[in-house]
Design a binder for this molecule. Structure first.
Ligand SMILES: [Mg+2]
Length: 395
């Protein structure tokens, strides 16, 4: 009944020095020159920061988020320009449309970055490497810009890979090579590790990802809590999150991770019961109804499965969702394995009433509130920096 677990192929694409590259594309006179996109430097007294700069500007030590006054001091002869977001958005859409031709499973995480899952489509294009080369070539020919690409069995490693050889890079981590690929890299490459956490990890004796991977997960969990257990998973190349749009407009979900894996179906059914209530409340608050229910089950060892069912009508009714979720769960063969996480989601959303726009704003607000709550929790435990990084991961 269940498909055998074959490795996934995830591609991450990141445009090179995006805003600056667009400026050089649109203004041939800027090409080959240091270009700084950001605030007005006002002859060195300007406030505000650098948004993006060209690779030529990077040679002067200029980088994103640097105060614009400092950038000016480092290279007064650079071309300083204001961002033109409508133009960047236009090109971003062009790139995303192109990516979508290679997989319907796309997750855009910023204006110039996206993941696509090419597990099902790579073979039609002569394999993952050829597919990645095709995408890069088309972006060069049709858009006029370069992108760096990472290909790996999951999102975390694909993103690390795309960053390794910039600009115009292509880095592939084959299935089975996850640990070797990550081992020599510094711990700051792990998602969620900023300068403060990096220093903390170094104090604990970890400077490479491989060193974390070799440490018993229990020990990291003892020292750093759930966060430590999560770091261990990333360090070992484990990241099972599917490439799907997490945006509030397309789906809404709730899930529960057990402190200890659960064997008893009755306990899982109780959790489904509670989640259906919570999800229904969230949906009613956000004026949402949905037509496709997804049950997500993660088993011990981190295998993750999703099962979807379409409902005859749009709903946010707890009882309806609960009955369907229980039916799916009871029909799911978990081969005697314990359950680590259970989740319920609704997609194919339609609003109950009012305009789409207000609907989206409400849903967005719900999401923000949730993230806000999560951030408070992380902050309480690990300090602000961890929370900021976690928020990026949570998207
Ligand atoms: Mg980029």
């Amino acid at each position: 009944m269940q498909k055998p677990l074959s490795p996934r192929i995830v591609l991450h694409l990141d445009m090179d020095a995006f805003y600056a590259a667009v400026e050089q594309l649109d203004h041939p006179a800027y090409r080959g020159k240091p270009v700084v996109v950001g605030a007005d430097p006002k002859g060195g007294s300007g406030r505000g920061v650098v948004a993006t700069c060209s690779y030529e500007a990077r040679q002067f030590g200029i980088h994103s988020a640097m105060p614009i006054s400092q950038a000016y001091r480092r290279c007064p002869q650079a071309v300083f320009v204001f961002p033109r977001f409508p133009r960047y958005t236009e090109i971003s859409r062009q790139v995303m449309r192109l990516l979508q031709e290679y997989s319907p499973q796309l997750l855009q995480i910023s204006i110039d970055e996206a993941f696509i899952d090419i597990t099902q489509t790579a073979n039609f294009h002569g394999g993952a490497k050829v597919l990645a080369e095709k995408i890069k070539a088309r972006i060069k020919n049709e858009v006029g810009l370069t992108a760096s690409v990472g290909v790996a069995p999951n999102m975390f490693i694909a993103k690390v890979a795309s960053d390794l050889r910039k600009p115009d890079g292509l880095t592939i981590c084959a299935a089975g090579q996850e640990k070797n690929f990550l081992a020599p890299l510094p711990v700051k490459k792990l998602w969620g590790v900023g300068p403060k956490t990096e220093a903390h990890l170094q104090k604990m004796g970890f400077s490479t990802i491989g060193q974390i991977a070799q440490c018993p997960q229990k020990l990291l969990a003892e020292k750093l809590g759930k966060w430590g257990a999560h770091l261990w998973e990333l360090a070992n190349g484990i990241d099972e999150r599917p490439v799907e749009d997490w945006g509030p407009r397309k789906s809404i979900s709730q899930e529960h991770t057990y402190d200890q894996d659960v064997a008893d179906s009755k306990i899982v059914e109780q959790t489904i019961w509670k989640i259906a209530d919570g999800l229904s409340a969230d949906m009613r608050n956000a004026d949402l109804k949905g037509q496709v229910l997804t049950l997500k089950i993660r088993l011990e060892g981190f295998e993750t499965f999703t099962r979807q069912r379409k409902l005859p009508e749009f709903t946010n009714d707890a009882e309806t969702m609960r009955q369907l979720a229980l039916e799916i769960f009871r029909n799911f063969d978990r081969r005697g394995k314990k359950v680590r996480l259970i989740g319920l989601g609704m997609s194919h959303l339609n609003n109950v009433g009012g305009e789409q726009l207000s609907l989206f704003q409400t849903a967005e607000q719900t999401r923000r509130d949730k993230v806000a709550g999560l951030l408070d929790a992380v902050r309480a435990k690990h300090g602000d920096e961890a929370a900021t990084r976690a928020s990026l991961l949570e998207k």
